[in-house]
Every structure is written in structure tokens, then in C-alpha cells.
Design a binder for this molecule. Sequence first.
Ligand SMILES: NC(=O)c1ccc[n+]([C@@H]2O[C@H](COP(=O)([O-])OP(=O)(O)OC[C@H]3O[C@@H](n4cnc5c(N)ncnc54)[C@H](O)[C@@H]3O)[C@@H](O)[C@H]2O)c1
Length: 249
Amino acid sequence: MSRFEGQVAIVTGAAEGLGFGIAQRLGGEGARVTVVDVNSDLARQASDALAREGVSSEVVSGDVADEETARRATARSVARWGRIDILVNNAGIGSPVARSWEMPVEEMDRIYRTNLRGVFSFCHHVIPHMLERDYGRIVNVSSASGKEGVAGAVPYAATKAGVISLTKSIGLELAKTGIRVNCVTPGAVMTRLLERLTKERIDGMVSRIPMGRTGTVSEVAALVAWLASEECSYSTGAVFDVSGGRTTY
Ligand SMILES: NC(=O)c1ccc[n+]([C@@H]2O[C@H](COP(=O)([O-])OP(=O)(O)OC[C@H]3O[C@@H](n4cnc5c(N)ncnc54)[C@H](O)[C@@H]3O)[C@@H](O)[C@H]2O)c1
């Protein structure tokens, strides 16, 4: 039997990049997937692509910075399938490159609302449904930047550090239940997020990766899929590195 047969997953930022790869992986192993994305055209295309692979999906177009998106995604998943087993909080945005004293304070608000508040909103709305069945797997996509800090991208690094602390805190809150909450900290994976950076910045990132290469979407999706599975039973509030050896702590 497939690992996620009969299960339902909500994946945010699932229209492309890591989110789409994670949706494909979970769907390929039997999950039905709610694709949440601010880019409605791409989200529809992602859902069509999943359908061609035999995966049932529901599209919820919306910005995770808006709490209403979490409310809608939760309600739609429960209305259509009656359950939510997996929540992958993947949607995230990068910072413009500027030092903190040159970065407008509004950038901090904007990035915080997507990268950290959005994760909180989805947890807030989905967890009561998981508690009803005393089962759930929540996987948050943080970043190696959240462990290391990044000069010139303070809002990104700081909000990703926030995702790590949120994961630990909610993991502790739910440790006595059947819900596990973990996060992954990818290093550099070639998606559109990275394509927006300059070549020098990407080369700088690769030079700090002991394996000497960027990671692939499927390498990250494989780890997320394990954390989203029943087999992940004795880890919660934990941070799982997927960075080619860059962050060895
Ligand atoms: N690519 C990397 O090297 C890397 C490294 C570390 C962490 N990450 C994290 O992985 C996650 C996915 O990154 P990616 O590289 O696939 O990015 P991406 O830009 O390729 O894809 C992000 C997806 O999220 C959607 N999205 C963005 N903001 C949204 C919002 N406010 N509401 C709903 N949807 C939104 C986009 O439309 C897009 O479909 C992010 O949280 C990112 O910070 C990526």
C-alpha cells in the first residue's frame, strides 16, 4: 500500500518550486492535495499537472499572509475530503538585498507576514482538525539562513529563524498527542527563488556547500515526505538539515 493512501495534505506555495515537488511526491504516494498559492494561474496549472499524474487536488488561491487563506484552505479540505493528515507550510519569499539600516522597515512587515505569520495561521486553523482525530504531521520549510543568519537579508533570515522556534514551540505543545511538528532547513536549491539572486550570490552560496553543488527539489521532497509519514513517530519540534553538509549543527 502507498505511504499516504487515503490521506489528505495541504501544501502552501505548491504552484511551483519546492512546494510543487512536495505536492507531487505526497500525491504520487497516494495523498490528495490542497494546492495553496498566491499565483492562481500557476496553481491551476499545477493542479492540472497533478491530475495528469493521477493525483486528486483542490486549488485554493490566496496569500498565506492573509489569515482568510488558511481558514479557506482548511474548510475546503475538510468539506471535500473530511480530514487533514498533513500540513506542509512551504510558501515563503526572499528579501531584497540591503543592509538592515538601509532596508525599509515595511519590508520586515511584508516578509514576516508571509514567512512566519502565514505558518502560524495555517497551524492555528489546521491543528484543531488534527486534534479531533489525534493524528497529524506538520512540516515547516525554514532555511539554513534561519540557523546561520545572512548579512543583507535580515528579514528573510530572521523570519526563517522564527519558523524554527515556532516548530519547536508547537511541537512541545502537541508532544503528548498524535501530531508531530518538524521543520526542514534547505541550503540552496535551484528554484525560481534562487534564480532571482545574482550569479555572484549563488556562487557564494555554492562555495560554502561541502558537497559542492546545489540540492534538488526531489532531495528536499524526499525528506519532507518522510517527516509527513506515520514512520516519523519519535521526532517532534526538530530541525532537519538538507543542505549538502553546509549546516552541520
Ligand atoms: N530554493 C532554495 O534554495 C531554498 C532554500 C531554503 C529555503 N527555501 C524555502 O523553501 C520554500 C519554497 O521556496 P522555493 O525555492 O520553492 O520558492 P519559489 O519562489 O520557487 O516558489 C514559491 C511558491 O510559493 C508561492 N508563494 C509565495 N508567496 C506566497 C504567499 N504569500 N502566499 C501563497 N503562496 C505564496 C509562489 O507563488 C510560488 O509558487 C520557501 O519557504 C523558501 O524560503 C528555499
